[in-house]
Design a binder for this molecule. Structure first.
Ligand code: B1M
Length: 212
């Protein structure tokens, strides 16, 4: 059984989306839990991708193919991680900040929030501060969730927090930030209301923010 998950990791590293898709289906059929396939198959692969990219052993096209393979596997897991028909715990506006195209972590946060019963308004990636705040205002969402993977785009999170305050919405809209380079300390420095270190923790923090 464990080999299937190792195979998912191995094929993700070669960017083979068809194999990753097929192996994910096989792993589900063999009785693996969706969360295990995610953590020990797909995310284990993405962690290696990150290390190899840093060490210049993998280049952007390979990373992009690995990301596509990750998404191919996620297509099978998403419906199982997301519970349907659960009454909404509240709305969360979510996106990757302006200038940043990394959306895998943000998509995972969306899946986990939906799974916990939140209504997620996913604005995608490269989202400007104005779009975040306008969407939250328009939909009456009490939480804005931001993801950033680049040290150069992290300051955009501060820009969103400032805009929430300047718009007089600080009492109504809470902010939560996350992403590999984002720390609790950084979140405090920019005045965000919370930091999530992974997708499951993001759910806990959002629950705490709105008291659910
Ligand atoms: Co890019 N990239 N990338 N990349 N990429 C990193 C981030 C990098 C660390 C790689 C490296 O050098 N080691 C590096 C950033 C360095 C830095 O800023 N200091 C980097 C770089 C430099 C770049 C480019 C600039 C490269 C170039 O063009 N020369 C470029 C930038 C493009 C842009 O955004 N403008 C670029 C491009 C890309 C691809 C497009 C090829 C691809 C993204 C594909 C996609 O997302 N659709 C890509 C990828 C895949 C990566 C790595 C390898 C993997 C990221 C990932 O998906 N991880 C990454 C290396 C790494 O992170 N180790 C790297 C898996 C994901 C599940 O984790 O997103 O951290 P993560 O999410 C976690 C938690 O952080 C948390 O929960 C998630 C699940 O546990 N979390 C939250 C995330 N958001 C949250 C929000 C929350 C709470 C928790 O609350 C709202």
């Amino acid at each position: 059984m464990a080999d299937l998950l190792a195979d998912i990791t191995a094929y993700l590293l070669t960017g083979d989306d068809e194999q990753v898709s097929s192996l994910t289906r096989q792993a589900l059929a063999a009785g693996h839990k969706p969360k295990d396939i995610l953590d020990r198959g797909l995310l284990a692969g993405m962690a290696v991708v990150g290390e190899r990219f840093k060490a210049h052993e993998m280049y952007l096209p390979d990373v992009l193919m690995a990301a596509q393979a990750m998404n191919a596997g996620m297509e099978h897991l998403k419906p199982l991680l997301v519970r349907d028909g659960v009454p909404s715990l509240g709305k969360v506006v979510l996106g990757t900040v302006q200038g940043d195209l990394h959306d895998i972590g943000k998509n995972l946060v969306a899946v986990m929030l939906k799974g916990a019963g939140f209504e997620v308004l996913d604005l995608g990636s490269d989202v400007s501060p104005a779009r975040f705040v306008e969407a939250a205002r328009q939909h009456g969402a009490p939480v804005i969730g931001m993801s950033a993977l680049l040290t150069t785009t992290m300051p955009m999170m501060g820009a969103v927090v400032r805009l929430v305050k300047e718009s007089g919405l600080a009492g109504q809209i809470k902010t939560i930030v996350g992403g590999a380079p984002v720390t609790e300390k950084f979140a405090r420095e920019i005045g965000a209301d919370a930091h999530g270190f992974d997708a499951a923790n993001a759910v806990e923090r959002v629950r705490a923010l709105i008291g659910r």
